[in-house]
Design a protein around this ligand. Structure first.
Ligand SMILES: C[S@@+](CC[C@H](N)C(=O)[O-])C[C@H]1O[C@@H](n2cnc3c(N)ncnc32)[C@H](O)[C@@H]1O
Length: 189
């Protein structure tokens, strides 16, 4: 994926400027922002189905994967949902300074009107058992969720078992986050 280096640098500069105040990322990770975080935010692109129009990112925080995906796929309508108002203000600042076409909703997903998304992403968001009811609310039938999970992904899948009835689940390795995994859930009904 060809993302202009200047754009990544401007995003990284904003992260460095805001991070001491609102801790968007662990300070120890910030030196490797481009390889540790930005690259991670490009991984879901491979799994976005053709024809998708509306993308909703759950718990966008510092903007991964929302910001890389918005830069790389400007043709989609992107919505970032972040309950923490300070983080949502940061995301709005990124959108303004990088001229990104993204809508930021400073709300809890539980309170947000159903989004009818074609694609939902979430990275380091919440266990599957907590995420699935939110997918039922915001992901349309026939749509796809792309979830970036840490090393506990297998336990999360086992724990969610019955709740996964309405979804077809596949898992994929990730090049950028060690023993994490990408879970792709297609909503069947
Ligand atoms: C661990 S952070 C991950 C942020 C980002 N996706 C990343 O990987 O860097 C999880 C974020 O989800 C937000 N969040 C948690 N529960 C939420 C909810 N119910 N509705 C909206 N945002 C929520 C938190 O405020 C937090 O910023």
């Amino acid at each position: 994926m060809n993302v202009p280096r200047g754009t990544i640098q401007r995003y990284a500069d904003l992260v460095h400027r805001w991070n001491p105040r609102i801790q968007l990322f662990a300070p120890s990770d910030l030196n490797a922002f481009e390889t540790r975080h930005f690259a991670d935010g490009l991984e879901p692109l491979t799994y976005v189905p053709g024809g998708a129009e509306r993308h909703v990112d759950f718990g966008s925080g510092g903007g991964i994967p929302l910001v890389p995906m918005t830069i790389a796929m400007p043709g989609l309508h992107h919505v970032g949902v972040e309950a923490d108002r300070r983080k949502a203000a940061f995301l709005n600042a990124v959108a303004r300074e990088l001229s990104l076409n993204v809508e930021i909703r400073a709300e809890r997903l539980e309170d947000l009107a159903p989004q009818d998304a074609d694609v939902v992403t979430a990275r380091a968001f919440a266990p599957l058992v907590r995420t699935i009811p939110l997918l039922r609310r915001h992901l349309r039938v026939g749509g796809r969720a792309i979830l970036q999970k840490g090393r506990r992904w297998r336990e999360e899948v086992e724990e969610a078992n019955d709740d996964l009835d309405a979804f077809e689940l596949r898992d994929y390795p990730t090049a950028t986050s060690g023993d994490g995994r990408i879970l792709v859930l297609d909503r069947m009904r």
